[in-house]
Design a protein around this ligand. Structure first.
Ligand SMILES: *Cc1c(COP(=O)(O)O)cnc(C)c1O
Length: 246
């Protein structure tokens, strides 16, 4: 009897979590669709990357059952066990965390995308370590548009030279630019930061660099990012719920 009610509770909780992830995911999709329409952009202009850092493999599995296939992770060790545990699913993994040069080997084998390339040495190592049996690693150059000294990302004035060098690496495919602006409740400042990344992308394209991706916007600012041309938004807490400090 006791056993039975425990089991019942367990199933009930699982179902509850699943319903929550499914409905939150739908709410995020609705927000993306509304922002995309408001900007006069095509309905499929923005891809959603579900940021699963600190959340369980089971949470990812449930998001997958609700139709989500692209996931973002920040920490290599956490990511590698999750990716392994979910290898039965058709998932596309994006690395979006700070990357140390001595960790490039495992990142180059685990992910389809790395969004956080901010120096040439990192790009060269990723290219050298990308396994031959995999397609070229898709990368974005991370740019610090807020010019905060503590943030990672290259300086805007260094982006052209870096992009040009990265585009020439054999096992990488340069796709675009990524940014994480400073947290702010100032909506105008928020828009300006995203606009700065869009303008930089347009400038690089006018100089002959092929780019089709702007990775910008998270749970709290995806509308502003989409209004300024984001093609990928990286959303964690709005899908999986509040994150506990790590
Ligand atoms: C954690 C993280 C996100 C997602 O942030 P949320 O506030 O959970 O939406 C997006 N991008 C990067 C680089 C992150 O580290």
């Amino acid at each position: 009897m006791y056993q039975n009610s425990l089991k019942f509770n367990h199933l009930n909780n699982r179902k509850q979590i699943m319903t929550t992830i499914t409905s939150r995911l739908q709410a995020v999709r609705d927000r993306i669709q509304a922002a995309t329409a408001a900007a006069g952009r095509p309905p499929d202009a923005v891809r959603l990357i579900a940021v699963s850092k600190t959340f369980s493999a089971q949470a990812v599995r449930e998001a997958c059952q609700a139709g989500q296939h692209a996931f973002g992770e920040n920490y290599l060790q956490e990511a590698s066990s999750k990716i392994e545990a979910l290898s039965d699913l058709p998932l596309e993994w994006h690395f979006i965390g700070p990357l140390q040069s001595n960790k490039t080997r495992s990142a180059a084998g685990l992910f389809s995308w790395v969004h956080t390339v901010d120096r040439l040495k990192l790009a060269e190592r990723l290219s050298a370590a990308r396994p031959n049996e995999l397609a070229p690693l898709q990368v974005c150059i991370q740019v610090n548009v807020s010019s905060e000294p503590s943030k990672s990302g290259c300086r805007p004035e260094d982006a052209l030279a870096l992009a040009d060098a990265v585009a020439g690496l054999p096992r990488l495919r340069l796709r675009g630019l990524m940014t994480i602006p400073e947290l702010t409740s100032d909506a105008v400042l928020q828009r300006n930061r995203f606009a700065a990344l869009r303008n930089l992308k347009e400038e690089l394209v006018s100089r002959g660099i092929e780019l089709d991706t702007l990775s910008m916007g998270m749970s709290d600012d995806l509308e502003a990012a989409i209004a300024e041309g984001a093609t990928m938004v990286r959303v964690g807490q709005a899908i999986f719920g509040p994150r506990r400090p790590r």
